[in-house]
Ligand binder design. Sequence first.
Ligand code: 13P
Length: 251
Amino acid sequence: MRKPFIAGNWKMNMDCAGAKALAAGLAEQLKSVDTVDVAVCPPSVYLQAVATELSSSNVALGSQNVYFEGNGAFTGELSCAMLKDVCCTYAIIGHSERRHVIGETDELINKKVTAAITGGLLPILCVGELLEEREAEKTTEVVTQQIKKGLAGVTAEKMLAVTIAYEPVWAIGTGKTATADQAQEVHAMIRALLAEMYDQTTADQVRIQYGGSAKPGNTAELMANPDVDGLLVGGAALKVEDFAAMIKTVA
Ligand code: 13P
């Protein structure tokens, strides 16, 4: 049985006071929730401040990125050890904004996934197709490539550390959510692919989140799908009431 996992990706939003208030509000609202794993991923400059607010809560902390090297001359990057030092449990890797705005490749993403697992962070590997790829009926091909390349060299045992987030790029920040059927179709395809790459037991244990305009009003419908195990939430994760409402719906 896969425990639902809802994570908030705050992206490049908030200031320090706002980040602390959001974290404190969630810690308070979600005190009695223990049937859902919850995490928030603030901008890295606010990780430590947010960690303090979450210290005695059941909300975990994640980063929005990680670098694959341990230390040294890598200006602007953050290592697994640094992120763990400020209490991160998870790391979002290969988000579509990093793929398509910053230019990250599957090869770089694979190095980050591998380094995160080795370094003791739990990767949330994001995959998803562009609108033109969906329209050209290339969703399966694109997502399959992203998963195979992103997970190259990851063993079945290590795979248990990984969450996959399916985020169709055309649904991110657009208000256009994938329908529950569209989400389920791709999630089932991803699980079948994991069974082929690993084995059915492993595939059955990996959590697959949906992301892309998830909000309180569509949470129940999306989460009712057998292969949708959680949500990776952008905009709606920036408001205590919305994010808490989504988690309570799932709980
Ligand atoms: P929105 O929920 O704002 O569409 O963002 C989704 C996302 O990119 C989460 O990582």
